[in-house]
Design a binder for this molecule. Structure first.
Ligand code: UDX
Ligand code: UDX
Length: 427
């Protein structure tokens, strides 16, 4: 198939590359001229393991093309996939302005039948709204189908998640349109759930809200573990062995961040309240996630005790999780801001991100960051942090205190090295 993917972000780029690799011809477009110029030269603007090679391979095979002229490719491709961002607006709703731009462009160019796939995460009712919008702009109803096909890939494992998804959800009004999208994914071995558009839209929000709930749930149980000096790692393992619960997304720590969970929980809350539905559970999920930072702050303050000289805190990790360069809604950054606010000197290191933050000093290596530190906080579970030279770290630090923001370090090993180790829910 010839497919036009609009939006070369984390989702659009990965999906375009995988579809091209699976035998389709994909034209991936973006309004960002600089991004497209780089992509054409094989320079990938984001960090995603394996993506550079996949894109280059398919550019060489002439199956993947990049362009700023989306209208040109919308006009000739029978399949258009919308993958532009839908960030949180101030009131928590999903900001649909980028989707609106794309709809306007489609209305202006459409001459032949198109299957329009909504890949961006959008509020329930969006497919119906797009359909009306196109018709109001004079597009004949027989010239298009709108299909809701939400994306579930995670940053850091985006290719693997796209090639081996747990399921592919296809929401369509007409079965012919659903079949067309299923055919596009025919090379992927998975369960296809064919449903209506509204349900497909809700599945995406509900999935992310449920995963966020799982994380806040385990973080709340970790608080009880702290009170009893019990180990959340054991508790989490025991819970997860129940197949009805499952072991994934039960890792306690600093809480969830990223471009999806915070935004989608807010957007679901917004649409629910617009219908008069109050989401008590999700409000609690958000509250727990916010206060998780304070739990860590208190641990750090407690570890520092009384001080005369300004405490020096090393923070390893700035991205919202490992294996990505994405810092959107990063809990690591939220923590750094609070640490500087308390008057501590913050020396930070991240393998990929060095965002400008008032009073945070970025260091050239994790070891430079820990020099003379009173506490080391590991805020993102990058592999290189887990495998650090702890002997070296100990000799560099002023006091050997480690706060594990992801419960990801080897506690026993650190204690053998002479560190005082603190996670959340770790005795
Ligand atoms: C995606 C989804 O589409 C979003 O709805 C979902 O919730 C998360 O994943 P993401 O890939 O993370 O978003 O977005 P981003 O990395 O911001 O990329 C969006 C791209 O679309 C940008 O490169 C932007 O330049 C481009 N864009 C935006 C267009 O090409 N046209 C526009 O009109 C607006
Ligand atoms: C998420 C969804 O998983 C994905 O299906 C959707 O398409 C986009 O949003 P992503 O945000 O890329 O993916 O990363 P994810 O691995 O889900 O992690 C989100 C946040 O939760 C990170 O900050 C991570 O550190 C945190 N997390 C995850 C935990 O705190 N504990 C866990 O057990 C799992």
């Amino acid at each position: 198939m010839e497919i036009c993917v609009v939006g070369a972000g984390y989702v659009g780029l990965t999906t375009a590359a995988v579809l091209a690799d699976r035998g389709h011809t994909v034209f991936c477009t973006d309004v960002d001229t600089d991004k497209i110029a780089k992509l054409r030269k094989g320079i990938i603007p984001i960090y995603e393991p394996g993506l550079t090679e996949l894109i280059k391979d398919n550019q060489q095979r002439d199956t993947l093309f990049f362009d700023t002229d989306s209208k040109k490719h919308m006009a000739h491709c029978p399949v258009i996939m919308i993958a532009v961002g839908t960030p949180s607006a101030k009131d928590g709703s999903a900001d649909m302005k980028y989707v609106k731009h794309v709809i306007t462009a489609i209305a202006e160019t459409i001459r032949s039948y198109k299957t329009i796939i909504m890949k961006s995460t959008v509020p329930p009712g969006t497919a119906d709204w797009v359909e009306e919008e196109l018709q109001q702009r004079g597009t004949r109803p027989d010239l298009f189908d709108i299909v809701s096909n939400p994306e579930f890939l995670r940053e850091g494992t985006a290719i693997e998640d796209t090639v081996h998804p747990d399921r592919i959800v296809i929401g369509a009004k007409r079965s012919e349109a659903a079949m067309k999208v299923q055919e596009m994914y025919a090379s992927l071995q998975t369960t296809f759930l064919l449903t209506n558009r509204l349900e497909a839209e809700l599945i995406k929000y509900a999935s992310n809200a449920f995963l966020a709930t799982k994380i806040s749930f385990i973080n709340e149980i970790a608080r009880i573990c702290d009170a009893y000096s019990a180990d959340i790692m054991e508790v989490s393992q025991g819970i997860g062995l129940d197949e009805r619960i499952g072991s994934r997304f039960l890792q306690a720590g600093l809480g969830y961040g990223g471009s999806c969970f915070p935004k989608d929980v807010n957007a679901l809350d917004y649409v629910a309240s617009s219908k008069g539905v109050k989401l008590d559970l999700l409000h609690a999920v958000k509250k727990i996630n916010r206060s998780q930072i304070d739990i860590y702050l208190n641990k750090i303050t407690h570890a520092l005790g009384e001080w005369t000289e300004k405490p020096r805190i090393a923070v390893w990790g700035a991205t919202f999780k490992e294996n990505t360069d994405d810092i959107r809604y990063s809990q690591a950054i939220a923590l750094m801001k609070k640490l500087t606010h308390r008057g501590y000197a913050v020396y930070a290191y991240d393998p990929l991100a060095t965002p400008e933050l008032p009073s945070v000093i970025w260091c050239s290596s994790p070891y430079v960051a820990v020099e003379q530190a009173d506490v080391l906080v590991v805020a993102t579970a990058w592999h290189s942090f887990l495998e650090a030279d702890w002997h070296k770290v100990k000799t560099l630090m002023r006091r050997p205190v480690i706060v594990d923001g992801r419960n990801a370090l080897d506690k026993k090993n650190l204690e053998l090295h002479g560190f005082a180790y603190m996670g959340v829910g770790r005795p």
